[in-house]
Ligand binder design. Sequence first.
Ligand code: TRP
Length: 332
Amino acid sequence: MSRIFSGVQPTGDLHLGNYLGALRNWVALQHDYECIYCIVDMHAITMWQEPESLVPSTREVTAGLIASGLDPKNNVIFNQSAVPAHAELAWIFNCVARLGWLNRMTQFKDKAGKNRENASVGLYAYPNLMAADILLYKATHVPVGEDQKQHLELCRDIAQKFNSDYGVELFPLTEPLIFGEATRVMSLRDGSKKMSKSDPSENSRINMTDGPDEIARKIKKAKSDPDLLPGEAKGLEGRPEAANLMGIYAALSDKTLGEVCSEFEGQQFSAFKDALTEVAVAVLGPIGDEMARLVADPGYLDGALKDGAERAKAIAEPILAEVYDTVGFLRP
Ligand code: TRP
């Protein structure tokens, strides 16, 4: 049987990159798989988070998942810290993973920056907690973007070493799920940088809660180039901003990049940007409205998360017990 697990951090606003790169794919999976989606608040605090921001951020991300079309009754949606087994399995994995493995993780190097001595131990052990998230449910598939592939490989290494050290077949070797035409949404101000919530420029991203005027303004300001639009996708080589905007249009309108190029062949950016604004407002408008409605009802969101955490525990606890027995812990 296939089981999907994925995680999203409750830090800052959800944006178009989150929607096209992750949420939209999750929505498509819910009919064919058993899906577990986790708001990873314990991963979030590997970097400093203001305590008063975590609750609203967790609710907002939950609202984003539901507003995008994930049904909290058919999917398990919960926040990580509500299921203690994540931390418990992560400790075991701290004792399975090797320092040498973690030393190779590029995300740690990027996030720790120059002052590595001052990075939290949690940031270093981040991939072990992520492996625990996935393997606590014996998930078979994880939808991930490019930037998380190395962590998923580490998850497989941990599963394999655990199984072989203890002589068991307990954990699956989880596979990444990669989606069709890669939707890597880049910054609207710089086509070579990923759209990110940590970019200081608000104009670099379209947030899922942006209204029509904001969407229009940001697209109008988006960086372009002086040339006309090409008739074929290969004409986008060396034109990162054009490639990004046309890629976003393609994803939002469920067309291929080639189709979008032939539609706009020889046109100017201004005309194309009007069309892009229209489709972005059509797709994101209703989702943003629904998010606002849900965020205004924290009782509903917290109830959905509580129910999700209970269902997550029902799957996780027997698996953790199996792990404890395998490791040889006394369970009084
Ligand atoms: N590290 C992921 C990110 O930043 C979030 C995450 C945590 C995750 N645990 C996971 C993703 C398990 C997939 C599976 O995007």
